[in-house]
Design a binder for this molecule. Sequence first.
Ligand SMILES: *Cc1c(COP(=O)(O)O)cnc(C)c1O
Length: 386
Amino acid sequence: MRQVYLDYAATTPVKEEVLAEMLPFFSLQYGNPSSLHKFGYTAREAVDLARERVAALIGAKASEIYFTSGGTESDNWAVEGVAGAQPAGRAHVITSKIEHHALLHSCAALEEKGHSVSYLEVDPTGFVQPHALKQAINERTCLVSIMFANNEVGSIQPIAELAKIANSAGIIFHTDAVQAAGNLPINVQQLGIDMLSLSAHKIYGPKGIGALYIKEGTAISNFIHGGSQEHKRRAGTENVPGIVGFGKAAELAARNLNDHIKKTTTLRDYFIDRLLADIPDVQINGSREQRLPGNVNATFNYIEGEALLLDLDINGIAASTGSACSSGSFAPSHVLTAMGLPIEQVYSSLRFSLGDFTTKEDIDHTVSVLNATVKRLRAFSPFTQE
Ligand SMILES: *Cc1c(COP(=O)(O)O)cnc(C)c1O
């Protein structure tokens, strides 16, 4: 049976070139980068090169890149590190209702400690409104954190404008760029970004490794305590193979960016056009234009999304009901809910995310399986309009 993977926003395969660079660091080059001998120096050089490559992907200095265990830790550190440095119960943080749970749950933890958090609404296509950010700022606001691009509906936020509002009020601006990296050009200096989260496994690198960019001079307390690794800011012996793989993945992502955007956007638009043309009662969530190259989020009215997802899986097609974290728990998508979709449409929505190994044949196959499955499920649906 044909296998079609359309869940690149959940994770991506490690590219061959990435794996090849990582392999020696599991066995032959096993030194600890902190050690003062040849084994150590070899590992240190590899980590330094990776840091430069990750920095280059976002227009930062290598000294501003701190390796972490992934996007989740980076988000947690950004929020709890900045707010946690404020006097107890004094911090005010502004974020949005459509952030990843790594960010939202960190904010919930802050609230439990007595700090306050404002969650900005989004418009029906999934965009934060800059004027709403302006209004939410108060004299205790120490951090604004708005994601670069959303993982469920692909909305690319007006980051430059939002960062400018925070910058001009003297407030630290953080963005979760886990989905944006490798999919959009990013330059932290031009955009006025103070902190930015990255994850390797969303850009064809390994799982369990990520980074937090922290602009020089940004006030943030440490999150993981111990040795003096990562310029004394993030303790723990470095995940050298992971860091090396992340570096290679970042280098490939930067090199392939334009081709990747062109090819993936073309396939995405073809997929959307075919969905709308071939299957009745389908709507696309999010914006047609300001959208991640590989993101398609569609509502198949009158159908239970989970049932459709399982039928697709039986047919060898991998998609998602939204964020991987919420599938299995049957929780309705907080993103689609924030966009104002009625609850039955939230439950009828699926996310397809395309990537570097997606082909036109994959899309054609998916549309034909979807067409048949949707027809069959609707025949059983009590909601189907005849
Ligand atoms: C995947 C993802 C994360 C979490 O990254 P991990 O490396 O899996 O911890 C955070 N934010 C967004 C937007 C993501 O898509």
